[in-house]
Ligand binder design. Structure first.
Ligand SMILES: [Zn+2]
Length: 311
């Protein structure tokens, strides 16, 4: 079994950043799917969930709640991150993905305030959070479904008065070289300070970033290393990092992801880098990758039908 999991992880490494399927517990990626929720009201609902949730333009008139798993859920009562604030701007407004649970919106604002204390940083550019009612998306992410995920650009904001059009046109910058094995010359102590602040926040469950960045931080940290535990190497995440929050207290329908193994995770990240630089040969006995099916409404928790049908 251990070997099988290792094989799956290996396939994922070879598949590169196109995938964010769950891997072994040690490599517990962005797309990790929680346990399936039991529901009856939508048990035979074969409608494609992303089509329905992708069409919702505003939040449900319900109390805030993160429902289901990060890659198999939805959100009730979301709030919208204001398009601009004193220390942040939401990017790519046309996507309408600046919605999240209140705790996430608060966290992003708090982190942006810290970022603004860093030399060269006016605050943060905020990428995708979730759709107004969460759920699967027509394009992009497998996760970001419950209003507890936020992508944060690595590009240090020089100004926070970008127009709507500029927020469509501007791109973040990549921080890696050698396919994510190392950081490049744009990586800075400020990036590490912001990631350290994010990972030290008790609201944060984990942060996904490319393996070379994790190793760079492992090498640079001379003080307390406990925050490194929450920094998780993952595919992509070289133009942005991805913060995932814990299920809010009392959110009984929210499914937490499997716990991160103890320790700073630095050796795991170094192995990840070695696998990038010198990919192990594929296992001839590895099962073929399963095609990713579209999530139907029946695959989501029953409460998500209420979220969809709410005013
Ligand atoms: Zn993300």
């Amino acid at each position: 079994m251990v070997r099988k999991l290792a094989t799956v992880a290996l396939i994922l490494v070879l598949a590169g950043c196109q995938t964010d399927r769950p891997a072994s517990p040690a490599r517990d990626g962005e797309g990790a799917v929680g346990r399936a929720s039991i529901s009856t009201q939508n048990a035979n609902d074969s409608r494609i969930a992303k089509t329905l949730f992708g069409a919702m333009s505003f939040a449900s008139a319900q109390p805030p709640e993160a429902i289901g798993g990060f890659s198999r859920g939805c959100q009730a009562g979301a709030v919208q991150l204001p398009e601009s604030g004193p220390t942040w701007q939401a990017m790519r407004l046309s996507r309408n993905r600046n919605w999240a649970q209140p705790v996430t919106v608060q966290f992003v604002q708090d982190l942006s305030r810290f970022a603004a204390t860093q030399p060269g940083w006016a605050g943060l550019y905020i990428g995708d959070m979730s759709q107004p009612r969460g759920g699967p998306m027509l394009t992009g992410h497998a996760s970001h479904q419950t209003g507890l995920d936020a992508d944060i650009w690595m590009l240090p904001p020089r100004r926070l008065d970008l127009s709507r059009q500029e927020r469509e046109d501007l791109s973040s910058i990549r921080m890696d070289r050698s396919s994510g094995a190392y950081v490049n010359g744009d990586w800075s102590a400020q990036h590490m300070a912001i990631l350290r602040a994010a990972a030290s926040d008790p609201r944060v469950n984990r942060i996904f970033v490319f393996a070379g960045a994790k190793v760079a931080m492992c090498d640079a940290e001379t003080g307390d290393r406990t925050w490194l535990n929450k920094i998780r190497p993952w595919y992509g995440h070289n133009y942005h990092f991805h913060v995932r929050l814990n299920c809010p207290a009392g959110a009984r329908g929210c499914e937490p992801q499997a716990a991160i193994p103890p320790g700073d995770g630095c050796e795991d990240a170094r192995q990840w880098v070695r696998d990038i630089l010198n990919p192990p040969p594929p296992d001839p006995n590895a099962p073929p990758p399963r095609p990713r099916g579209e999530l139907t409404m029946a695959a989501l928790p029953g409460q998500c039908l209420n979220v969809l049908n709410s005013n």
